[in-house]
Ligand binder design. Structure first.
Ligand code: 26Q
Length: 836
């Protein structure tokens, strides 16, 4: 029925059933499959073997063919669960579904026993996961490289409506999706000194003697492509101490000290920083970055040497290309130079040529405070040799600049000013005593290509953040609009809709050719098709209603409009604006007579997302959501027409349940602040309408779907600066003023706690409404009015819903990856032969 290939040959159902039972018996000592968790463990360890067979075949083939490889360096990979994805991508669903049925289990329930691999914060980490899926599906030789965090993104709980952070203990019952490679280990050093030594030939070499060394231990996580035998790899590094403990201290009876080095080493890969926008300048974070970059580069170079020897480094750029996922792995610029110059003995200029040919950089953020900068002091202490290398790079760079700018800026002061503005090492503008390494500038100077992640964002990259660089190297800058994998985000998470689409199109070829979805446009107004489309949405809404019931103990009306905003909580994403509009809706409903209310469009609003642990304002926003929710949901006058629920612990798996059930999704960032957004694409793919600002990928989604089908509102990016300057003179809407008084007056309790929130948008002395909520408020309420009117006309709503899915062809990560492969990586497919 599907185009998927069973990569390890076919097996009969009885053999699969037996295998599941045996895995449980011999790996867990359990004689019976009695709970979904038993079934999960048995199934996962059984599937693992098929996966490893596919992995081994792919890698034998790649070793033989020696194609050019892509290495995707990322501090985050937000993989989520693996069981369903693996079974479906390998084409084993028939076997395992039947085998599980025989054991009295349902695949869907069994899958839910798996814990998410939450090794990422949000968009950037999930993008990396989608990219791996697409690279494997497109048969592109490529690996991901990252960190095997022992604790991923924290678990979020609500305590009296406030966010509580709990550790994410995801590895306790073992991880069937990884293979530890005891033979793949590299040493990573920190601190210490650099000395000069003269070699026999008279060449001066730098010798770095680190003060501390740890071992990077490789774990491989096979990545199955869909409908191909290709199974690639995500290699994650775990930090281990050089020795189990300090024997001298141990023998002296100082047991605490004997364990110290071990703890210091293990701390490096212990925990993901839960910060997705304001980088924490913590030393441990820099240590993490260098740790995985150093191990990954050594790993790649050692394999290169094994095949090509150590005399042909000029071939490296034709065999390896690295993509830096934001600035987090940017120390790779200095590390590759160090490995080539200090370890392999290349001349500086040759090494620089190779380095800049091999590296490329993707930017994911426009907000200046989010750009990583490390104090020279910190860098020099932790990575003394790298600091020297960066200084030499910067000297070469600024000298080159000076010559290059000579004709354009003949006046020495002007030229010096421009050079200072483009220098990789510069003064901290807030503290003139401190010098900083600007990681984004290092990445731009050290890379062949620099890209943004949506059209508008790439323009901001060119015209604002890196404009000086763009003017000098216009061809270095590119756009690669993000995408999402249609396997996880439609075919596997919404099989009912997938089946309907497959029936309508006559084939499931759309799963790896999403442009075929366009053909749905011709059926968008067909009442019979609309009815079947609506039936799927209803079933998914029922499922989400069940989840709300389990979490909040309340029944919701599944005929109501399901209105969803799920994403990290941030002021720029404006969940606060959403709450303000919900409050306004509530107040209007209160004012209506029971008769009038009968005409209202009922809504169930859902908000979900995590606030960085130290992000005070974001935590207050969460509390506002829960506080407003408890007032609204308990009000007998309005509860049939409006609900608001905060769903705790938003993660990949929860997204897989929520997105198929959504009818309206909110992407309402201040124009010019959301680089792209990727959940907007997932919602659109699942036939969910969008209310949003003219920002990020919303713009391209509107272009593909038809702007008339999207509820677009608010000011435009080019007007933001002017409006910010004028915000103090902005006359706020009377409805806005009223709501502000309500919150301040304690309508939702917790007056004191909400005061900073009110002040942040209202009190020009305290806050200044940086994200311009007040400016967009009235337009937003109007857009919400249009949503209601459209929803009353179900035929029109369903037509639009179908148009969203039909317009989603562009937003497959397969398209994105093809563009990276062609325009940046220059890598082609290399498919292993099919399984016998
Ligand atoms: C940096 C230094 C220290 C600690 C943490 C960090 C850090 C970690 C994660 C900084 C940023 C992030 C994550 C950023 C992110 O997810 N950005 C999102 O990337 C998506 C994929 O391109 C876009 O769609 C979103 O618009 C963008 O916000």
């Amino acid at each position: 029925k599907t185009a998927a290939i069973n990569k390890s040959g076919t097996s009969s159902v009885p053999a699969t059933t037996k295998d599941i039972e045996n895995k449980l018996r011999y790996l867990f000592g359990r004689n019976e499959v009695s709970t979904p968790n038993d079934a999960y463990q048995g199934t996962a360890w059984s599937v693992r073997e098929r996966l490893i067979d596919a992995f081994n075949k792919t890698h034998e083939h790649w070793k033989k063919e020696d194609p050019k490889f892509i290495y995707y360096l990322s501090a985050e990979f937000l993989m989520g669960r693996s069981l369903t994805n693996t079974v479906f991508n390998l084409g084993l669903q028939g076997d395992y579904a039947t085998a599980l049925k025989e054991l009295g289990q349902k695949m869907e329930q069994v899958a839910e026993a798996e814990r998410d691999a939450a090794l990422g914060n949000g968009g950037l980490g999930r993008l990396a996961a989608c990219f791996l899926d697409s690279m494997a599906t497109l048969d592109l030789p490529g690996w991901g490289y990252g960190i095997r965090y022992k604790y991923g993104m924290f678990k979020q709980a609500l305590k009296d409506g406030y966010q509580q952070e709990l550790p994410d203990i995801w590895l306790t019952s073992g991880n069937p999706w990884e293979v530890r490679r005891d033979d793949v280990r590299h040493m990573v050093g920190f601190g210490g000194r650099v000395e000069r030594r003269r070699e026999a030939g008279g060449r001066e070499v730098a010798v770095w003697t680190p003060a501390e060394q740890v071992i990077a231990q490789a774990y491989d996580n096979p990545i199955p492509g869909y409908s191909t035998p290709t199974t690639s790899n995500l290699r994650l590094w775990d930090a281990l101490p050089l020795s189990e403990f300090d024997l001298a201290a141990f023998n002296a009876g100082d047991y605490d000290r004997a364990m110290l080095a071990r703890e210091r080493a293990e701390a490096i890969s212990a925990v993901l920083y839960p910060n997705d926008s304001t980088p924490e300048g913590k030393e441990l974070r820099l240590k993490q970055q260098y740790f995985f970059v150093c191990a990954s580069l050594q790993d790649v170079l050692s394999r290169f040497k094994a095949t090509h020897g150590s005399a042909r480094w000029d071939l490296l750029p034709s065999k390896a290309v690295f993509q830096l996922n934001d600035t987090h792995p940017t120390i790779a610029v200095a590390e590759l130079m160090r490995l080539l110059v200090d370890v392999e003995g290349l001349e500086w200029d040759e090494a620089w040529g190779i380095t800049t040919k091999c590296l490329n950089y993707t930017n994911h953020t426009v907000m200046p405070e989010a750009l990583e900068k490390w104090p020279v002091k910190v860098m020099a202490k932790m990575l003394p040799r790298h600091m020297e290398i960066i200084e030499v790079i910067n000297e070469g760079w600024t000298q080159w600049l000076s010559a290059h700018l000579a004709s354009e800026l003949p006046a020495p002061e002007e030229r010096a000013k421009r050079i200072a503005a483009m220098s990789i090492i510069h003064e901290n503008p807030w503290n003139k005593e401190e010098m900083l390494v600007n990681m984004a500038y290092l990445a731009v100077v050290g890379s062949s290509a620099v890209n943004g992640v949506a059209a508008i964002h790439s323009n901001i990259v060119k015209d604002e953040i890196f404009n000086d660089f763009y003017k000098i190297f216009p061809s270095k800058f590119q756009n690669k609009t993000n995408g999402v994998t249609p396997r996880r985000w439609l075919a596997w998470c919404n099989p009912e809709l997938a089946d309907l689409i497959t029936q309508q199109l006559g084939s499931d070829a759309w799963i790896n050719d999403t442009e075929q979805l366009t053909a749905l446009r011709t059926h968008a107004s067909d009442p019979a098709f609309q009815q079947r489309w609506a039936a799927v949405k209803s079933a998914k809404k029922e499922r989400l209603a069940g989840l709300i019931k389990r979490v909040w103990g309340e029944e919701v009306n599944t005929a109501a409009l399901f209105d969803i905003q799920i994403k990290r909580i941030h002021e720029y994403k404006r969940q606060y604006l959403n709450v303000l509009s919900i409050i306004w809706r509530y107040k209007q409903l209160k004012r209506m007579s029971p008769q009038q209310r009968l005409q209202a469009v009922p809504r169930v609003c859902v908000i979900g997302g995590k606030a960085a642990s130290a992000y005070d304002m974001a935590k207050r926003i969460i509390r506002l959501v829960t506080a407003v929710g408890s007032v609204i949901n308990a009000d007998p006058d309005t509860r049939d027409y409006l609900r608001l629920y905060f769903l705790p612990d938003y993660n990949v798996s929860l997204a897989e349940t929520i997105i198929p059930a959504a009818e309206l999704s909110q992407h309402i960032s201040t124009a010019g602040t959301e680089a792209s957004g990727t959940s907007n694409m997932k919602f659109a793919l699942n036939g969910c309408l969008i209310i949003g600002t003219w920002d990020g990928a919303n713009i391209e989604i509107a272009e593909e779907t038809g702007v008339e089908n999207v509820f677009v509102f608010g000011v435009r990016a080019e007007d933001i600066n002017g409006l910010r300057k004028e915000r103090k003179n902005f006359k706020t809407d009377p409805r806005w003023d009223e709501i502000m008084r309500d919150i301040e007056g304690g309508m939702f309790g917790d007056k004191e706690y909400f005061k900073p929130l009110v002040d942040s948008v209202n009190n020009m002395k305290v806050g200044n409404d940086w994200f311009l909520l007040a400016n967009d408020f009235a337009a937003y309420l109007d857009a919400q009015q249009q949503v209601d009117e459209c929803y009353r006309d179900q035929a029109e709503w369903l037509r639009r819903s179908i148009m969203y899915t039909a317009g989603s062809g562009k937003f497959s990560s397969d398209r994105t990856i093809r563009q990276y492969a062609e325009d940046i990586w220059h890598v082609g497919p290399c498919r292993p032969p099919p399984a016998a």
